[in-house]
Design a protein around this ligand. Structure first.
Ligand code: ATP
Ligand code: MG
Length: 566
């Protein structure tokens, strides 16, 4: 370690909000160059390479072929599929000296499709799954949490090519199995959830999620039947609330300055579930209003899929005023001048309260079809804890999750756009059927640390630890200690253990603190009892310190490490 770049920090860096980000900086695994852009230091790179290798082994053992594509790509590659436009500001773009457009690849569907189009002529070469492990570039709106969401990150991206849907199903299941193998080996505690496949193409998709409060996705899961889905995707079953009974007459009420649901609740002295809120969006610049119960949230993914639009955003105040003829805060379904979509749950309500499309007014006792008629009624809300499970009806739970992997049945979206076809048994040309499969390699490493740490530092699972064992001479100046430490270190190396010797001229306390922070699975210390043939053995996961002979300590470490590696 005297020759290593040890870059541990005692203080928690102010820029790091979450555990894994703090620990990756403090343990000296990486350093920041710019927002969402990091350098990997020697210790971090060793672990990163292990994660990569675990993924590579899983892919290779499931028959996938590794390639390496360029990250620097010409615009034409993405123009044929339309994604040169679709990626918008997320794509890093640049020009060469001849003013030709290039980008740094955010994902590589087009590049792989082109390869297969050019190199594979017959169905006989299929099925084929090709992958790479490579840096990806996305100018994320909110890079944060270190390498959890960065602008340059390492991804394993794989693409499967089949002659038909049945083949795709098999390739997809094969990748599912490969992913389970990889995440199991990393010791990640994950769940697989149904995911949104987007409006365009795609017949199925699942995400591998690591439950964590720092996750930016919400997972809906059912303990009763095992159902699990991204909340973007989970269908909602409408529930009924106790609305006032009878066919009450529509009433306009004066509600000066009552603009939010909270203010309305106070003013009317009743719960938000008796109101219906109307939210105006613009979908590719066209305004559209969406109604959901007052205590619900609009699910923008469901909305976007239904509208089949590129850009969806909350409408600017000017647009809201134009379609409601009122100040912002008083939108409602009666007399609104744009399409009106209604969440199915509102069908279960009567005599409810809405904005009146008139500044400082609301309507009460509103009835669907008597007072207004929506353009369409569909599931447009986001599932919440306690909602009925869409499979079995029991109450749903929710948790935050980090998406570490995504598998996706693409179908023929890219093969059609780029005309990637092969000849079938009868000599007829057919477009290939594709799947795509991503793993966030650098995000996985952060997720492992998020799951495996304590107040002292990282607690690496052996499979991704940068080194397995650290051997510490407590006092470098003591020749007996130093000699014994060196001897154990050599013995560990000889048995294939990745060992490191902390021969730095530091106090024992500093070495122990660093060892804990860096999270080595085993520490063996040659201290004061070295002369009596006794050393100290401690596993990072256990507090117990054992006094053993050097031979016993080395053997115990070897057995433990080899046992953990399986
Ligand atoms: P997210 O919803 O988190 O932005 P995504 O749906 O954009 O992810 P994909 O395009 O499916 O992600 O990319 C495949 C994998 O790459 C993801 O499952 C994730 O693990 C990882 N990934 C995506 N964006 C980033 C990023 N900005 N930083 C680190 N890893 C990322
Ligand atoms: Mg993304």
């Amino acid at each position: 370690m005297s020759k290593m770049l040890v870059a541990t920090l005692r203080e928690v860096p102010a820029e790091a909000e979450i555990k894994s980000h703090q620990l990756m900086l403090r343990a000296g695994l990486m350093r920041k160059n710019a927002a969402g852009i990091y350098s990997w230091l020697p210790l971090g790179l060793r672990s990163l390479r292990k994660v990569e290798q675990i993924i590579r082994d899983a892919m290779d053992s499931h028959g996938a072929l590794e390639v390496l594509m360029p990250a620097l790509l010409p615009a034409e590659t993405y123009q044929a599929s339309g994604r040169w436009e679709v990626f918008g500001p997320d794509m890093f773009r640049l020009k060469d000296r001849g003013e030709r457009d290039f980008c740094l690849g955010p994902t590589h569907e087009e590049v792989f499709t082109e390869l297969v189009k050019n190199e594979v002529k017959s169905y006989k070469a299929l099925p084929m799954t090709i992958y790479q492990i490579q840096s990806k570039y996305r100018d994320e709106r909110r890079p944060r949490f270190g390498v959890m969401r960065s602008r340059e990150f390492i991804m394993k991206d794989a693409y499967s090519f089949d002659k038909d849907e049945a083949g795709l199903d098999k390739s997809y299941q094969n990748m599912y199995a490969a992913y389970c193998q990889a995440f199991d080996t990393m010791k990640l505690d994950y769940i697989v959830v149904d995911a949104d496949s987007g409006a365009m193409g795609g017949s199925g998709s699942q995400e591998f999620m690591v439950k964590s409060e720092v996750g930016e996705d919400t997972i809906a899961f059912c303990d009763a039947c095992g159902y699990a889905a991204n909340s973007e995707k989970a269908p909602c079953i409408p529930t009924k609330v106790d609305c006032p009974a009878g066919d009450l007459p529509l009433e306009k009420i004066h509600t000066p300055n009552v603009k939010t649901i909270e203010e309305l609740q106070q003013y009317m002295n009743c719960g938000a579930e008796l109101f219906v809120k109307t939210i105006v969006y613009t979908a590719d610049e066209k305004p559209v209003a969406v109604m959901v119960r007052g205590d619900r949230e609009v699910n923008e993914v469901k909305l976007k899929n239904y509208l089949n639009c590129q850009e969806l955003a909350l409408a600017e105040p000017a647009i809201v005023q134009e379609v409601t003829h009122a100040a912002v805060g008083f939108a409602g379904p009666i007399g609104i001048s744009c399409d009106l979509l209604m969440d199915s749950e509102v069908e279960q309500m009567q005599n409810f309260v809405v904005g009146a499309n008139e500044t400082d007014y609301h309507y009460k006792n509103v009835q669907l079809n008597r007072d207004f008629t929506p353009t369409a009624v569909l599931d447009l809300r986001t599932i919440v804890t306690g909602d009925a499970c869409p499979h079995c009806g029991k109450p749903i739970g929710t948790a935050q999750g980090v998406e570490v992997g995504h598998i996706f049945k693409l179908g023929t979206k890219y093969s059609k756009a780029l005309n990637a076809a092969v000849l079938d048994e009868n000599g007829k040309s057919n477009v290939v059927v594709m799947g795509c499969y991503g793993i966030g390699v650098s995000r996985c490493l952060a997720a492992v640390i998020e799951q495996y740490s304590d107040e002292k530092g990282i607690v690496w699972p052996v499979s991704v630890a940068p080194y397995h064992v650290v051997v510490v001479p407590a006092n470098n100046k003591d020749e007996v200690q130093m000699q014994l430490a060196e001897q154990m270190y050599e013995q560990l190396l000889a048995q294939g253990i990745e060992a490191v010797l902390d021969d730095r001229a530091e106090r024992a306390g500093v070495k122990f603190k660093d060892a804990e922070l860096m999270g080595f699975p085993v520490r063996i210390t040659a201290g004061r009892s070295s002369g009596d043939g006794i050393v100290e053995y401690v596993e990072r996961t256990a507090d117990e310190k054992l006094e053993l002979s050097p031979e016993e300590a080395v053997k115990k470490a070897v057995d433990y490490i080899k046992g953990q590696l399986g």
